[in-house]
Design a binder for this molecule. Sequence first.
Ligand SMILES: Nc1ncnc2c1ncn2[C@@H]1O[C@H](COP(=O)(O)OP(=O)(O)OP(=O)(O)O)[C@@H](O)[C@H]1O
Ligand SMILES: Cc1ncc(C[n+]2csc(CCO)c2C)c(N)n1
Length: 260
Amino acid sequence: MDLMIHSSRFLLPYFPANNGPSQSCALVVLNQPIPRFTPLLWNHARLRVCADGGANRLYDELPQLFPDEQASAIRKRYMPDVIKGDMDSVRAEVLEFYTNLGTNAIDASHDQDTTDLHKCVAYIRDLPNLENHNLYILVAGALGGRFDHEVGNINVLCFFSTTRIILLSDDCLIQLLPSSHHHEIHIQSSVEGPHCGLIPIGVPSRSTTTTGLQWDLTETEMRFGGLISTSNIVKGERVTVKSDSDLLWTISIKKALLMR
Ligand SMILES: Nc1ncnc2c1ncn2[C@@H]1O[C@H](COP(=O)(O)OP(=O)(O)OP(=O)(O)O)[C@@H](O)[C@H]1O
Ligand SMILES: Cc1ncc(C[n+]2csc(CCO)c2C)c(N)n1
């Protein structure tokens, strides 16, 4: 079985060069309080997309992260490439501001069966120019807030299970570890951990085996209503996971993380 390697290097202020294949990063900003490190993610991303009301957050909250600079200058510097969604939350003045700067606004209000995040991920995945093979999508503001939205955001991980998508809040990140691969997670201990969790999603796991955790699993069964691995702790720089079913990996983000 193939190995998939994961690393939260996008949380590091200086993205160290590696010798692996080049990766392309897209950022989606949701309609939730903007995580304090959003400027860092922004700089890593080659494409920046706001999901509907996410554009209001960018417009209203990003200037607050730069109190010494003029709000209008910050808004121009952090102009999204695309605003996509059903457009019932983005304010008219915000939409006008960004479209005047050159942002592409895509109204997908005809589809009331998928969320704005789903629409944005589908758009990014179908773009011809991003190196889709090595694409990863960072989602800012995906956790905290309304529980139906949070679950909808997690469902997007499951729907697009072959695309690397990382849900982020100020406090933690979540990503899917598909059962089609074995996983090696390189822990960036300056910015993440030690608290972590491994959670079966969709169906129980009959057998999960890990290394690198304080409470490792050894061909262990996990199911809701039985054992799931929450409040676990990463012990070193490397965690490995093998499972017969898809799992969510979550790890805490350190408060001391620099914002840009
Ligand atoms: N409270 C929240 N918690 C988590 N994610 C959220 C929350 N609010 C919005 N989002 C995310 O941001 C996206 C855009 O939000 P927006 O408010 O524009 O959506 P919406 O479709 O108008 O939501 P709704 O009509 O259900 O309130 C959503 O698709 C969702 O992914
Ligand atoms: C069974 C079912 N439940 C809820 C919705 C509502 N819904 C889900 S996604 C979405 C768009 C939000 O921007 C809306 C309105 C539906 N269509 N089908």
